[in-house]
Design a protein around this ligand. Sequence first.
Ligand code: IPD
Ligand code: CA
Ligand code: CA
Length: 262
Amino acid sequence: MLTIAIRAARSAGNQILRAVDSVGQLQIDQKGKNDYASEVDRQAESEIIRIISKAYPNHGFLAEESGRQNSDSDYIWVIDPLDGTTNFLHGFPQFAVSIALKNKGVLEVGVVYDPQRDELFTAERGGGAMLNNRRIRVTRQTSLTGSLLGTGFPFKKQQHLEPYLGMFRALFIDSAGIRRAGAAALDLAYVASGRLDGFWEIGLHEWDMAAGVLLIKEAGGVVTDFSFKDKFLESGNLIAGNPKMHQLIYQAIEPHVTDSLK
Ligand code: IPD
Ligand code: CA
Ligand code: CA
């Protein structure tokens, strides 16, 4: 199943790459506040579903652009065909394909593919996490001092701006830097591969997170929601890092967590 996920991610990634030079001519729809999708998002998603369905005709899907299909199946593929659409539409080179597989709710396979750098992040439950077939690990960082963190701004859910800014301030003061690169699936892959010491974001969707979460767990990291529990796929609020960094980020943001973020 990992092989099929990789085939689908690479094929969609190549489609996206071919469209990079013509973003100005794309048809773009606005789905909500600051939320856009182009024909490239939809074509990449169809390609992924076509490849997976051919191999596994009875499996189900939760995909960003087409929603749920065959939800009764034990196997559900969770797909973000183009994570970082805003970046892509502006020619800002940070976006990826994210594909995960759940079996009875348990994450089994995760693939995040950055077509521009040809970086393929893969994980299988119990099998570790890899970048281009080399084993990756979370960092050994044990303090906020000197750490490099990633985050996402709550640009679609601006009601959370004030608590977010409180969290940002708390982490900004102690860390060496905070990056907002604009593609959550890649942010999580960067935590898994030790490029970031930790990450937090409010208001993600399951398809943004599923593959990256398995990558982090298989790379020795910890992921929770803002209540230190594992309901992040439901709430969309997520903290990630190695065990120590995860705890430090949790402690810094906890005073700013409002009831609606728990
Ligand atoms: C978005 C990106 C972004 C995150 C947003 C996501 P999309 O995904 O991952 O980094 O901050 O919350 O929705 O819409 O580009 O697939
Ligand atoms: Ca996304
Ligand atoms: Ca997307």
